[in-house]
Design a protein around this ligand. Structure first.
Ligand code: SF4
Length: 175
C-alpha cells in the first residue's frame, strides 16, 4: 500500500493531452446552426435527448456540448427537459424492448415540426448490441429518423455538423 501511494505521488497525470482547440471553426459551426434554426423556426433550437438503451458513451459526447469548451448555450442551442419543448429528439442507443414504448410516447409528445436524429452506430443499426435479446431494433424501426450521425461514439463536433446538415436539409425542403 505504501509503495502504491509512493508511486502515485511520482506519476504524472493519466489524462490525455487535450487537442488544440480550433475556436474559430467551432464558433462558425455553432453560429451557422443558430442562424439556420432562426431561419427555419424563428428562434433558437431546443433539443431533447433520449437514451433508448445506450452504453452512455454517446451521452458523454452529447454532454460535452455543454461543457466550458463547446458551451453550446452561448449560441442559443439548448437541451430541454421535456419533449413538449423540443424541436429535435436526439436518440442514442439501440432501442431496447423496455424503452420502445417510452420512445414512441416521447415522439408523440413532441410538437410539430419535429426532427429525429439517431446518434451513434447503435441508434443506426444496433451496433455492438445487435445480437442482444434485449434489443427491439434501431431507432428507425420505432420512429421516423431524419438524420443519422455515425460513430461509436460520434464526437461533439460531429454532432454539431449533423445538426447543421439537418437544418440545411429542412430549410431546403421547407419541412
Ligand atoms: S454507439 Fe458506441 S458509444 Fe454509442 S451507445 Fe453504442 S456502443 Fe455506446
Amino acid at each position: 500500500m505504501r509503495k502504491l501511494l509512493f508511486q502515485s505521488l511520482l506519476q504524472s497525470a493519466l489524462t490525455e493531452v487535450a487537442p488544440v482547440p480550433d475556436d474559430a471553426a467551432l464558433d462558425e459551426l455553432a453560429q451557422s446552426i443558430n442562424h439556420a434554426a432562426r431561419r427555419r423556426l424563428g428562434r433558437s433550437l431546443s433539443i431533447r435527448q433520449v437514451d433508448a438503451g445506450s452504453c452512455n458513451g454517446c451521452e458523454l459526447e452529447i454532454h460535452a456540448l455543454g461543457n466550458a469548451f463547446y458551451d453550446l448555450e452561448r449560441f442559443g442551442l439548448r437541451f430541454v427537459a421535456s419533449p413538449r419543448h423540443a424541436d429535435v429528439l436526439m436518440v442514442t442507443g439501440p432501442v431496447t424492448k423496455n424503452m420502445r414504448e417510452a420512445l414512441e410516447r416521447t415522439y408523440n409528445a413532441t410538437p410539430n415540426p419535429k426532427w429525429v436524429v439517431a446518434v451513434g452506430d447503435c441508434a443506426m443499426n444496433c451496433g455492438v448490441f445487435a445480437d442482444s435479446y434485449a434489443c427491439s431494433g434501431p431507432v428507425s424501426s420505432v420512429i421516423p429518423v431524419d438524420l443519422s450521425i455515425p460513430g461509436c461514439p460520434p464526437q461533439p463536433i460531429d454532432l454539431l455538423r449533423g445538426l447543421l446538415a439537418l437544418l440545411a436539409q429542412t430549410n431546403a425542403r421547407g419541412s
